[in-house]
Design a protein around this ligand. Structure first.
Ligand code: F6P
Length: 556
C-alpha cells in the first residue's frame, strides 16, 4: 500500500513558518545577536574556532565564522525539530512519496546503499534493482575501457560523448572534471548539452566516428535539446561510418527511465541502462546517468564515490542536528536568507578540479528550492531558495571578491579546500590554502579605520581601505579530493537543500518552473520557420523580436 505521509504532515504542521514558536524565538534572538560583530564573538570565546566545528565522512566543517552563538544553533535545531526534519528525512529514506506534486518517492539515497542492504518500496527491493544496473554498467565499462568493445569498423572506443542536459549533463560533466585525475587518460570525454549547434560541432570537430561512443542520457527521453543533439549525433556517426544503421548499436548507448522512447529513437534496449522515476534529474549523478563517469574512472572508483555519498547519508540520518553537517549548512542558509536578507550564497572551491562544482550546485539548489508555494499550495510569506553561484579560488579573488569584502550585500560564502594537492608543484598548494584561510579571516574580521590609519594611510583614503568584516563563511576542509570525498561533498549539499526545503515546507523535488518557457518555445518554433509571414498574437515585444529575427536570420 502506498503511504503519502506528506498530506497529514502538512496538515499537522502549523500553517506558516512565521507562526512557529521556534521561529519567533529565532527572530527575537536575531534581534539580539544579528548585529554582533564576529570580532566580538571571537574575542569573547577563545575556544570558538575549535568548538564550532563538525566532522563527518572525512569532511570538516568549520562554521565558527558565522554570525551565530551556541544559542543560535540550539534555536535552529529547535526550528528543524518543530518543522519535522527528522520525520521528513525518515519518510524520504523509507521511500514514501514525499514529492507530492509528482506523486513520487525521492530515493537518490538508495542509489548508494551497499549491496547487502534492502529497501522495499511498493513491493520491490530497490537496492537490488540499483545493484543489478550497477553490475551491468560495470561490465559494460570494463569492456569499453579494456578495448574489448569494438566500434563498427572493429576499432576500440577512444572517445566518449555524453549527450544530456540539466541533471543528465551537469552531474556527469562536474564529476568527470572533478575526477579527471583518476580518469583513463587514453580516452577523451566530452559533454554536449546545448541545443545551440555549436556545442555539438565543437565537441565532435576533431573526432573520428569509428572510435566514438555516444551516451545519450535523458530521464524522460523527450527533452528537446537532448533529442535534437542525439539525432545530430546519429547523422554524424552514420555519415562517418558509411551509412550502415547497424553501426548505431556499437556507437550509441542510452540512459533513461523510458525504454519505449529509447527503442523508438533506434537504440537497442540491450544497450540501455535504466534508472527510475524516484531519482530526480538533479539527484541522478550516481545512477546510470553516471555512466560516463564510470567509463572515465572505472567501476572501482565509481563505487568509492557512491560510498562517499552513503557515508554522508548515514551521517545525515543519524547525527544530532548540532553536529550534523548538512543540517547545519541548511539551517545556516535559512538563518541568513530569512533573517539577514541574504539573497545569494557563494560556493568557492579552492581546487581547480572542482571548477564545474558551482554550476552543478546551481541546478541542485535552485531547481530544488526556487519555489514560492508550500507543500499545500499556499504562497510563502518568507524567503526561500537563495541564488547559488561561484568560481574556483583563487581566480574569483581577482574578480568578484571585491563586492563580497566591501560591497553593500551580505553574501555568505562556502570555502572548500583540500589539505593534499593532486598535482604538487613547488609550494603552490601552500599558497592556495593560505588564500583559503586568509579570505575567511579577512571576511570575518576585516580591518578597522584605526588599523588602516595605523598603517600611515592618508585620511582621505581611510574609508576606502576599511574592511567592515562580519562577512560569514563556512570552511569545508578535506584531506584530498578523491572519488569518495566528491561523493560526500555532493551529498552534503543535497541534504543541505533537503533541510532548507523542509524548514520552508516546500517541495524540493519538483521543477514545474521550467515548463512554461518550454511550452512557449514550442509554440514559437513554427512561427520562426513558417515560409509565410505568420500571424503573431504575442505581446508587442515578443512579436517584434520574432519579426526582427525572421528579417535578419541567415544560414537557414
Ligand atoms: O530542466 C528541467 C529538467 O527536467 C531537469 O530537471 C532535468 O535534469 C533536465 O530537464 C533533463 O531532463 P531529462 O533527463 O529528462 O532529459
Amino acid at each position: 500500500m502506498r503511504v503519502n505521509t506528506l498530506a497529514p504532515m502538512a496538515a499537522d504542521t502549523p500553517m506558516t513558518l512565521r507562526s512557529l514558536d521556534a521561529w519567533k524565538r529565532l527572530e527575537a534572538h536575531n534581534a539580539e545577536i544579528g548585529s554582533t560583530h564576529l570580532r566580538d564573538l571571537f574575542a569573547a570565546d577563545s575556544a570558538r574556532g575549535e568548538r564550532l566545528v563538525a566532522e563527518a565522512a572525512g569532511l570538516q566543517l568549520d562554521f565558527s565564522k558565522n554570525r551565530i552563538s551556541d544559542e543560535t544553533i540550539d534555536l535552529l535545531a529547535a526550528l528543524a525539530a518543530e518543522r519535522g526534519l527528522a520525520e521528513r528525512r525518515e519518510a524520504m529514506f523509507r521511500g514514501e512519496r514525499i514529492n507530492v506534486s509528482e506523486d513520487r518517492s525521492v530515493l537518490h539515497v538508495a542509489l548508494r546503499m551497499p549491496r547487502e542492504r534492502s529497501l522495499v518500496v511498493d513491493g520491490t527491493d530497490v537496492v537490488k534493482q540499483v545493484h543489478a544496473v550497477l553490475d551491468r554498467m560495470g561490465a559494460f565499462c570494463e569492456r569499453v575501457r579494456s578495448g574489448e568493445w569494438r566500434g563498427h569498423t572493429g576499432e576500440p572506443i577512444r572517445n566518449v560523448i555524453n549527450i544530456g542536459i540539466g541533471g543528465s549533463d551537469l552531474g556527469p560533466v562536474m564529476a568527470y572534471e572533478a575526477l579527471r585525475h583518476y580518469s583513463n587518460r587514453e580516452m577523451t570525454f566530452r559533454f554536449v548539452s546545448n541545443v545551440d549547434g555549436t556545442d555539438f560541432a565543437e565537441a565532435t570537430r576533431d573526432l573520428d566516428p569509428a572510435v566514438t561512443l555516444f551516451v545519450v542520457c535523458s530521464k524522460t527521453f523527450t527533452t528537446l535539446e537532448t533529442m535534437t543533439n542525439a539525432r545530430t549525433a546519429r547523422e554524424w556517426a552514420l555519415a562517418g561510418l558509411g551509412g550502415d544503421k547497424a553501426a548505431i548499436a556499437k556507437h550509441f548507448v542510452a540512459v533513461s527511465t523510458n525504454d519505449a522512447g529509447v527503442a523508438e529513437f533506434g537504440i537497442d534496449t540491450e544497450n540501455m541502462f535504466e534508472f527510475w522515476d524516484w531519482v530526480g534529474g538533479r539527484y541522478s549523478m550516481d545512477s546510470a546517468i553516471g555512466l560516463s563517469t564510470m567509463l572515465a574512472v572505472g567501476p572501482g572508483a565509481f563505487a568509492e564515490m557512491l560510498a562517499g555519498f552513503h557515508a554522508i547519508d548515514e551521517h545525515f540520518r543519524e547525527a544530532p542536528t548540532e553536529r550534523n553537517l548538512p543540517a547545519l549548512m541548511g539551517l545556516l542558509a535559512v538563518w541568513y536568507g530569512d533573517l539577514f536578507g541574504a539573497r545569494t550564497v557563494a560556493v568557492l572551491p579552492y581546487e581547480q578540479y572542482l571548477k564545474r562544482f558551482p554550476a552543478y550546485l546551481q541546478q541542485l539548489t535552485m531547481e530544488s528550492n526556487g519555489k514560492h508555494v508550500t507543500l499545500d499550495g499556499t504562497r510563502v510569506d518568507y524567503e526561500t531558495g537563495a541564488v547559488y553561484w561561484g568560481e574556483p579560488g583563487t581566480n574569483g579573488q581577482h574578480s568578484f571578491y571585491q563586492l563580497i569584502h566591501q560591497g553593500t550585500k551580505l553574501i555568505p560564502c562556502d570555502l572548500i579546500g583540500f589539505c593534499e594537492p593532486l598535482n604538487p608543484l613547488g609550494d603552490d598548494h601552500d599558497l592556495l590554502l593560505a588564500n583559503v584561510f586568509a579570505q575567511a579571516e579577512a571576511l570575518a574580521f576585516g580591518k578597522t579605520a584605526d588599523e588602516v590609519r595605523a598603517e600611515g594611510t592618508p585620511e582621505a583614503l581611510v574609508p576606502h581601505r576599511v574592511f567592515e568584516g562580519n562577512r560569514p563563511t563556512n570552511t569545508i576542509l578535506a584531506r584530498r579530493l578523491t572519488p569518495e570525498t566528491l561523493g560526500s561533498l555532493v551529498a552534503l549539499y543535497e541534504h543541505s537543500v533537503f533541510t532548507q526545503g523542509t524548514v520552508w515546507n516546500i517541495n524540493s523535488f519538483d521543477q514545474w518552473g521550467v515548463e512554461l518557457g518550454k511550452v512557449l518555445a514550442k509554440r514559437i518554433v513554427p512561427e520562426l520557420q513558417s515560409p509565410d509571414e505568420p500571424e503573431l498574437a504575442h505581446d508587442s515585444s515578443t512579436s517584434a523580436l520574432i519579426r526582427r529575427y525572421r528579417a535578419h536570420r541567415s544560414g537557414g
